[in-house]
Design a protein around this ligand. Structure first.
Ligand SMILES: Cc1cc2nc3c(=O)[nH]c(=O)nc-3n(C[C@H](O)[C@H](O)[C@H](O)COP(=O)(O)OP(=O)(O)OC[C@H]3O[C@@H](n4cnc5c(N)ncnc54)[C@H](O)[C@@H]3O)c2cc1C
Length: 464
C-alpha cells in the first residue's frame, strides 16, 4: 500500500505525458500530496519522435526523467508502474512493475494515460508495420530504416534492392507527413555518398492514406501545398488508398476504384489511427460514462466522470466536443483539473466548464519547410519552419536538452549529417522477441511471482 502520513489530501496522477506532467506542475504549491504514476520513468515529447527514428535527435533529448523534472516539487512523489486497476468505489489505483503490485489510495484522481496505436482491428499488422508512440517504437524504426539501407548494399538482385529501398508510411496526418519527409531527406541528402553498390537517392518513399487529402485538419489550401512540397522532397503521395494487408515483404492496398495492388517494401511505418488507453474503458464500466470506438471516455463539461467529481480525465483519453488528440488539449485540461482540485480544497465554487483555446497546429515537411495553421492566419515555407523550430525548442524540457537539440539540428539541417545513427539488435528485435516470450518473462527475470494476476490486468499487454 502506498500512502503518506501527512494527512493532506492525496492526488494521484496516472501518466507522465503532457497531461500528467502539467497537472503535477500546476499542483506544485497546493497543500496536497501528489503521486505521479508512469509506466515509463520519462516524460515523452512525442512530436519529435520521428527525429529519433530518423537519427537526428537522441532519445534523451525528447525523454527527460520525470523524477528529474519534478525534483523540486516537495509535495510530489514519482512512482514507476503500469496502472492495471482503478477502483472508483474504494478510491484506489493499482500499479504493477516487474512482478510487484502497489495500491495507491486517492482523494482526487487525474487520469492522463494517453493513447496508443490503432490498427483498426488488424493488430497483426503491428509485427510488420510498427507505429510510433514510444521511445521503443522510434528506436526500433531507426534500426529498421538504417538497416534497410545496410541490407540493400548486400542484396544480390535488383528486385531485392528495390524492396529494401522502398519505405511506406501509412497515414498522411502530421506524424506520417513528417516521417515520410525525413526518410526522403535521409535517402536523398544524408546517405547520398555513404554506399558503394547502391544509390540511396533511388529509394522510394510512399506516403499513403485512405482519405482523399494530406493533412486534412489543416484545410484544403495548406494540405495541397504540403502535398506539393512532399512531392518536391521525393515523397510519392497516394491518396484514397486503403491498406488491406501487411506482411514482411510488403503491403496490399485497395484503391478508391476497388483495384487491389501491392507495394513490395521492407520498411512499413504505421502512422494512422489512435486507440485511447484501456483504462478509459475501465472508467466507463465503473462510472457509466460512454466510451467511443477509439476508447475515449465521454467526460462531463468539467472533465470529470458522472457521479465522480473527484475523478478527472484529461488529454487523448477524452471524448468532449470533438476536441483533437493534441498536446494543448492535454496541457489545458491538466491545468484546468488542477485548478478545480485547488478550488474545491479551498472551499471555492467550481470555475465553470472546460474551455479549450485552439492555439493552432503545425507540421514540418522537410528541411526549411513547414505549414502552420493559426486559424485565420496560415503560413507555409521557411517562415512556418522557423515558427515550428521556435515553438518546439520552447517546449523541449530542460536547458541542456535545448542546447544539444540545437546542435543536432545544425548538424542535420545546415549540414547533411545525422548524429544518432546507432541501431542495436536489441532495438530492432527486442519488441518481437519479448512478445514471443510472453508476459511470464517479466516475473521470471525479477524473482517476482511467476504469474501476474490476470484479473486485474486491464491493459491488454501482449508482452512484458
Ligand atoms: C508521433 C506523434 C507526434 C505528435 N505530434 C504532435 C504535434 O506535433 N503537436 C501536438 O499538439 N500533438 C502531437 N501529438 C499528440 C500529442 O503528443 C498528444 O496529444 C499528447 O501527448 C496527449 O497527452 P496525454 O497526457 O493525454 O498523453 P501522453 O502524452 O501520451 O501521456 C500518457 C502517459 O501515460 C503513461 N501511461 C499510459 N498507460 C499507463 C498505465 N496503464 N499506467 C501508467 N502510466 C501509463 C504513458 O507512459 C505516458 O507517460 C503527437 C503524437 C505522436 C504519437
Amino acid at each position: 500500500m502506498s500512502d503518506t502520513s501527512s494527512g493532506r489530501p492525496r492526488v494521484v496522477i496516472i501518466g507522465s505525458g503532457f497531461g500528467g506532467l502539467f497537472a503535477a506542475q500546476a499542483l506544485r504549491k497546493a497543500p496536497v500530496d501528489v503521486t505521479v504514476i508512469g509506466k515509463t520513468s520519462h516524460h515523452l515529447f512525442q512530436p519529435l519522435l520521428y527525429q529519433v527514428a530518423t537519427g537526428i535527435l537522441s532519445e534523451g533529448e525528447i525523454a527527460p526523467a520525470t523524477r528529474e523534472i519534478l525534483r523540486r516539487h516537495e509535495n510530489t512523489r514519482v512512482v514507476l508502474g503500469e496502472v492495471t486497476g482503478i477502483d472508483l468505489a474504494a478510491r484506489t489505483v493499482t500499479s504493477h512493475v516487474l512482478g510487484r503490485s502497489t495500491v495507491h489510495p486517492y482523494d482526487e484522481l487525474i487520469v492522463a494515460a494517453g493513447a496508443g496505436q490503432s490498427y483498426f482491428g488488424n493488430d497483426r499488422f503491428a509485427e510488420f508495420a510498427p507505429g510510433m508512440k514510444s521511445i521503443d517504437d522510434a528506436l526500433e524504426l531507426r534500426g529498421r530504416i538504417f538497416g534497410a539501407f545496410e541490407l540493400a548494399e548486400l542484396a544480390e538482385t535488383q528486385e531485392e534492392i528495390d524492396r529494401l529501398l522502398t519505405f511506406v508510411v501509412v497515414g498522411a496526418g502530421p506524424t506520417g507527413v513528417e516521417m515520410a519527409g525525413q526518410i526522403a531527406e535521409l535517402a536523398h541528402r544524408t546517405l547520398r555518398r555513404d554506399f558503394r553498390r547502391i544509390d540511396p537517392t533511388t529509394a522510394r518513399v510512399v506516403l499513403l492514406d485512405a482519405a482523399p487529402a494530406v493533412l486534412p485538419s489543416f484545410g484544403e489550401k495548406l494540405g495541397g501545398r504540403a502535398r506539393r512540397q512532399l512531392n518536391q522532397t521525393g515523397v510519392e503521395v497516394q491518396l484514397g488508398a486503403m491498406v488491406t494487408d501487411v506482411d514482411a515483404d510488403g503491403i496490399e492496398i485497395k484503391d478508391a476504384d476497388g483495384q487491389v495492388r501491392r507495394i513490395n517494401a521492407a520498411t512499413k511505418i504505421w502512422a494512422a489511427g489512435v486507440q485511447a488507453s484501456p483504462l478509459g474503458r475501465l472508467l466507463g464500466e465503473q462510472s457509466g460514462a460512454e466510451v467511443d470506438r477509439a476508447g475515449r471516455v465521454a467526460v462531463q463539461s468539467d472533465l470529470t466522470l458522472p457521479g465522480h467529481p473527484e475523478v478527472h480525465v484529461v488529454g487523448d483519453m477524452i471524448a468532449l466536443d470533438k476536441l483533437p488528440g493534441v498536446a494543448q488539449v492535454a496541457i489545458q485540461g491538466a491545468r484546468y483539473s488542477a485548478e478545480a482540485i485547488k478550488r474545491r480544497l479551498a472551499g471555492k465554487a467550481p470555475k465553470g466548464p472546460f474551455e479549450y483555446h485552439d492555439k493552432g497546429s503545425m507540421a514540418t515537411i522537410s528541411r526549411f519547410h513547414a505549414v502552420v495553421d493559426l486559424g485565420r492566419l496560415k503560413f507555409e515555407g521557411f517562415i512556418a519552419w522557423l515558427m515550428w523550430l521556435a515553438l518546439h525548442l520552447f517546449y523541449i524540457v530542460g536547458f541542456k536538452s535545448r542546447i544539444t537539440t540545437v546542435l543536432h539540428w545544425l548538424v542535420s539541417f545546415l549540414g547533411r549529417g545525422r548524429s544518432q545513427r546507432v541501431a542495436t539488435q536489441q532495438q530492432v528485435y527486442g519488441r518481437l522477441a519479448l512478445e514471443h516470450v510472453g508476459p511470464g518473462f517479466e516475473a521470471s527475470k525479477t524473482g517476482g511471482p511467476k504469474t501476474t494476476p490476470a484479473d486485474v490486468d486491464v491493459t491488454g499487454r501482449a508482452s512484458a
